[in-house]
Design a protein around this ligand. Structure first.
Ligand code: AMP
Length: 249
């Protein structure tokens, strides 16, 4: 069984980004970039399936500039077998990524496609769902547990108020939630080995996908500063304030 995993290069989760002066986006100059954390979980899960003898090959794919090669090498160091860079400009929209992944699904014929539930830069939470729709595949999003038995995947997914368990016929699309696993640290020998693993580059146009944007960013702004706290003299005042001033989130 082949597993295809989508990995995105994003601003590192520990970086506090700053909005550009012209409010067109966030400033990415000299900012640390990393593999999207949910995608790291996706790679880990695929590698575990391989180690368990369920998957035969783990193929990782990233859409972006040549800088995304670094992200693919991280995935190869975790244990993926080969990588595909779909070269395009950075910041392509979820629909374009979903179309690219659909083209790769048609070509590679994986039994399972694993994506992160969302990219932490755009927080779209759309690509997996769009891919499932375009490729006409069953989907289980926000996976907290995944088991493959025969031609079926059983996925426990995190929903409001509990866990929902779905049984999907393979091939299928799964997106990862935080609790699915804890990704391993890539060891130095594996980082060295990853440098020699195959990394193929194709262009989005070669897959017949038009990646031109369909959305226009009107304005990007910093969140408002938090208002300073106030001290209340007693519990009665606190309760009163909570009743009258607390906003429902
Ligand atoms: P999003 O819908 O943008 O929140 O992204 C959800 C997931 O889609 C990510 O966690 C990745 O697995 C995948 N994805 C999004 N953009 C890309 C990209 N440029 N390259 C590879 N995978 C991506």
């Amino acid at each position: 069984m082949k597993v295809l995993v989508a990995v995105k290069r994003v601003v590192d989760a520990n970086v506090k980004v700053r909005v550009k002066a012209d409010k067109s986006g966030v400033d990415l100059a000299n900012v640390k970039m990393s593999i999207n954390p949910f995608d790291e979980i996706a790679v880990e899960e695929a590698v575990r399936l391989k180690e368990a003898g369920v998957a035969a090959e783990v193929v990782v794919v990233s859409c972006g500039t040549s800088a995304s090669q670094e992200t693919l090498r991280v995935a190869l160091a975790i244990g993926a077998d080969r990588a595909i860079l779909v070269e395009s400009k950075d910041g392509i929209e979820p629909l374009a990524v979903a179309k690219i992944l659909k083209a790769l699904v048609d070509k590679e014929r994986p039994k399972l496609v694993i994506l992160g539930k969302q990219a932490i830069d755009d927080d779209s939470n759309q690509t997996g769902q769009m891919l499932a729709a375009l490729a006409n595949l069953p989907q289980a999003t926000f996976a907290a547990k995944l088991a493959i038995v025969g031609s079926k995947a059983t996925v426990s997914r995190e929903v409001d108020g509990g866990t929902e368990t779905l049984s999907l016929e393979l091939p299928a699309v799964v997106t990862t939630d935080l609790r699915l696993n804890e990704p391993r640290y890539a060891t130095l020998p594996n980082i060295m080995k990853a440098k020699k693993k195959p990394l193929e580059t194709v262009r989005a146009e070669d897959l017949g996908v038009d990646v031109s944007p369909r959305l226009a960013t009107l304005n990007v702004a910093e969140p408002p500063d938090r208002a300073a706290g106030v001290k209340v003299p007693d519990v009665k005042t606190l309760v009163e304030k909570l009743k009258t001033e607390a906003r429902v989130l």
